[in-house]
Design a protein. Structure first.
Length: 261
């Protein structure tokens, strides 16, 4: 009987050791996944972002929820091309991302949703030539030339295929546009941007490269911005009322040239 008790105690200790080992292995696995996602986001922002956009791109911080596959991005700033007076083209205070953790180990990363909350956009120049168009063109050139075709995990080595991306649902809400156009006599307008909602980006086997995905999203932002601005400028009386009577003459004389720029 005593011998059986001793064997039972030994077995219990072994099971406890195995259990603790499995828990530790699980914790280590979660930490590795967290570090991978952190590196993925930072690599995309610090390396791929400036390369495909042709402007500085910075990110203040990210928070990764490993179990939920969520990523919270704070203070993402897309800079302006050289010669611009405004400090940035787009500033995102908060973006929430829900991704498939399992897909991080596959050739295509699946992102279920991206919600960009209350970003600020600076439109500088003219309606035909401006900072947003310049960045959009840079993104188009990068996508067509095959530059920055993917983001590999930080520890990846060798010449394996680059990562592709799928975004099932992309939403921008509460955005504001700061309009700095030459035909406004030095005045600035701040307008709301209607929500931008895109779905099934990169769906299917092929997926999208980071350059292609960014180009599509930025093209939608640019189109939405220009539509909101031209709608506002189309009502001249409303703009004069907002800017003050002293600006009426400048606006009237400048609008013709503004639409040619």
């Amino acid at each position: 009987m005593a011998k059986n008790q001793k064997n039972a105690m030994k077995l219990k200790k072994i099971l406890w050791a195995v259990g603790i080992g499995l828990v530790l292995l699980g914790v280590i696995t979660l930490l590795v996944v967290a570090l991978f996602l952190d590196g993925l986001v930072r690599t995309g922002v610090e390396t791929v972002g400036p390369k495909i956009a042709g402007v500085p791109v910075t990110l203040e911080s990210i928070h990764i929820g490993v179990l939920s596959g969520s990523v919270r991005v704070k203070d993402l700033v897309v800079g302006n091309p050289e010669g611009c007076k405004t400090p940035f083209a787009v500033r995102v205070g908060l973006a929430e991302v829900s991704a498939s953790v399992a897909s991080a180990m596959s050739d295509k990363i699946v992102i279920h949703s991206i919600h960009v909350v209350s970003p600020e956009i600076n439109l500088e120049g003219g309606l035909r030539a401006n900072n947003l168009f310049k960045i959009r063109d840079n993104l188009g050139s990068a996508a067509s030339a095959g530059e920055a075709t993917g983001v590999k995990p930080p520890a990846t080595t060798g010449g394996g295929p680059a990562k592709k991306i799928e975004v099932d649902d992309f939403l921008i809400t509460g955005a504001k546009i700061h309009v700095h156009l030459s035909g406004l006599g030095g005045q600035t307008l701040t307008l709301p941007l209607p929500d931008i909602h895109l779905t099934d980006l990169g769906a299917g086997e092929a997926g999208l490269t980071p350059a292609e995905l960014t180009r599509r999203i930025f093209a939608a932002i640019t189109a939405g911005t220009l539509k909101a601005v031209t709608t506002e400028l189309g009502d001249l009386g409303k703009n004069v009322e907002k800017l003050g009577k002293g600006a009426a003459g400048k606006i009237t004389s400048g609008l013709g040239g503004l639409f040619r720029q």
